[in-house]
Design a protein around this ligand. Structure first.
Ligand code: ATP
Ligand code: MG
Ligand code: MG
Length: 348
């Protein structure tokens, strides 16, 4: 059988490996950290840094196709892999989505709405942006942010100096604060032949900057539901994308504003594991393996709740609940803010 190479051994790599195994594939994880969650379920693990050229070459040669579970893979590592194997989603998709400035510029170029934004490379840039974007606003590092990390909120111009200090010299963007009525996301997939399939949009609630719950169906009108799907398809096609993509949207009275895109399976798509015949992980494996996309239509109402840090104490209780599917990542050290697992609760 074919082997799928996955860069990154976190919970997303783990769940991709499980889905791949169900379709008869083997997975080979490349991960610098010791004992990654994906190691328990993958066929093979390479523990090496992204600067280890020999290890990268050996990894690429050992697999049939390469994918990734996070967007911050060093360019140099991809340069090495690309000479040996196809990378799905492609380099352009990764480049576009790993930098908030590139990402927003790209989305605007597709005539999709984003929050007002400005490139912030200096205190002078931030001062200028205070004149145009003003407050409330959010300063975000261009790269490496996740779970709300690398962000600082500005309620008034007085907050500018501290916000800039928080960036610790990293290039940043200032974003106007969007007064959204809700947040939703679309998990969409595209195959090499250009076939597109979208899962039903989910409604997301965050707590302390971290995704707390995703609820399907989202409270959206039929026309917004259609808009969400068309926007996702537009993004996928523009990037000549292969695989699963997550699109985070703010809902406003004037329609959608795109928050960000993630070139991978997405936490807000975990509900698909118990709400669809084909979940986002299998859909991604199908797409990158050149299989037909699967049927991702939703057959149940689901609430996905992340189990973060001490939420693990609730597992014995949750294990007794009806209509409740536990998904635990096998992480041994519980830390505050760390995603340990999630639960999909079927609503009847
Ligand atoms: P993720 O873990 O989803 O990758 P992230 O660290 O990349 O998150 P964002 O998605 O940019 O961060 O922001 C996290 C949350 O903060 C958003 O889901 C939203 O609730 C809020 N937020 C971010 N930007 C804005 C904005 N411009 N206006 C209002 N709220 C915002
Ligand atoms: Mg993000
Ligand atoms: Mg986000």
């Amino acid at each position: 059988g074919a082997t799928i190479g996955i860069l990154g051994g976190g919970q997303l790599g783990r769940m991709l490996s499980v889905a791949a195994a169900r379709l008869g594939f083997r997975t080979h994880i490349f991960e610098p950290g010791a004992n990654p969650p994906a190691a328990d379920v993958a066929h093979h693990v390479t523990t090496a840094g992204y600067d280890d050229i020999d290890a990268l070459k050996a990894f690429a040669n050992a697999v049939d196709v390469v994918t990734y579970e996070f967007e911050n893979i060093p360019t140099e590592a991809l340069d090495v892999i690309e000479t040996i194997r196809t990378i799905h989603p492609n380099r352009e998709a990764l480049r576009t989505s790993q930098d908030r400035l590139t990402e927003k510029t790209f989305l605007e170029g597709l005539d999709l709405r984003v929050a007002p934004f400005a490139d912030i490379a200096s205190a002078a840039d931030l001062e200028d942006a205070m004149q145009t974007i003003g407050t409330p606003s959010i300063l975000k590092t261009r790269r490496f942010g996740y779970d709300g990390k690398g962000q600082s909120r500005l309620l008034s111009a007085d907050d500018a100096p501290t916000a800039l200090e928080d960036m610790a010299g990293s290039p940043a963007v200032l974003e106007g604060f969007v007064n959204f009525t809700s947040e939703v996301s679309v998990i969409a997939a595209r195959s090499p032949s250009g076939e597109v399939a979208c899962f039903d949009p989910g409604e997301n609630v965050h707590r302390d900057g971290i995704l707390h719950t995703t609820t399907v169906p989202a409270n959206l009108s039929a026309s917004l539901r259609m808009d969400a799907v068309l926007m996702a398809a537009k993004i996928l096609n523009a990037l000549d994308y292969v695989g699963v993509l997550g699109v985070e949207l703010f809902v406003t009275p004037q329609g959608f504003i795109v928050n960000e895109i993630a070139p991978r399976v997405h936490n807000s798509g975990h509900w698909t594991q118990n709400g669809c015949a084909i979940d986002q992980f299998e859909q991604h494996i199908r797409a990158i393996a050149g299989w037909p996309l699967g049927d991702g239509s939703r057959y149940a109402d689901v609430v996905m709740e992340n189990l973060i840090g001490d939420d693990m104490d609730r597992v014995p209780e949750l294990a007794k609940q009806r209509d409740t599917a536990l998904h635990l990542y096998g992480k041994t050290d519980v830390k505050a803010g760390r995603k340990m697992g999630h639960v999909n609760i079927i609503k009847r």
